[in-house]
Design a protein. Sequence first.
Length: 331
Amino acid sequence: MPVRGFGVKDADRGFPAERCLHIDPALAGRRLDQALAELVPEYSRSRLQQLIDQGSVLVDGTTRRRRDKVGGGEEIRLRLAPESRSTCVAQPIDLDIVFEDDQLLVVAKPAGLVVHPAAGNRDGTLQNALLHYLPQLDQVPRAGIVHRLDKDTSGLLVVAKTPLAHKSLVDQLQRRSLYREYCALVQGILIAGGTIDAPIGRDPLRRTRMTVIAGGRPAVTHYRVRERFDAHTLLTVRLQTGRTHQIRVHMVHIRHPLVGDRTYGGRPRLPRGAGARLSEALQGFPRQALHAAALGCDHPLTGAAMHWELPLPGDLRELLNSLREHDGDAT
């Protein structure tokens, strides 16, 4: 087995500035970037290739090309310069922490909180909050955020606290093994569950929206019926892929848009005989009725299966209770 490298500087709580290691003879004949990927598994091969190209990798005191072969026994000096830092600044914003250890942080994002700074939301985001809570996340791409939720979607997000955890979670996303389950209240009545397999891309007519379109990126959504109402259905939705606005776009594609979705949903549908309270609840619901209720991944260090669940937030519970009361009154 190759000999793992050791940190020679560890001033940044797990982010060594330099490593010294030796190429095991078993790796003789491999490309330099391939050998480094074996020795430093917490960094992606593309990141290691960048370091080689930058001259941050010395082989027996000299720089080499990524495709150069190793003979075994060489001394490697690897300067682990941090990823390019963003202009995102730390801000004292409250976080609802569901779980934390030395590798992972799981937070409950409320509706209304933007995940990343962007046009129109330069600060006050989850990323700003994370950098205040853990300043060392400035050394991890996007402060450790590997997946996102829309601003008005509530629920669970997992954050990588180290480069190793970041690489692991990204790999799990690419393998589609990171489990994400949502509760979604949609308009209309669905008789049974199913799968939507339809590519998603930018809407050519309205560039701020996504749509099902030929040539889009593959997108697969699984759903099952959780509860039916007079004119609505509560679904459990599981993502197989993770495209922008995927659930919202796929639901409108099958003509069952999310309640409260002003971008994709159109006018709210009222059940027959809806009273003033239910009509106001449906018409005034301020966001898409979507909640990331369950999340699962393999632990980056131990490989153990991790799973978290988060109850429905108050606004969605109240809306569901109004629908149940109406159905009860109608029977």
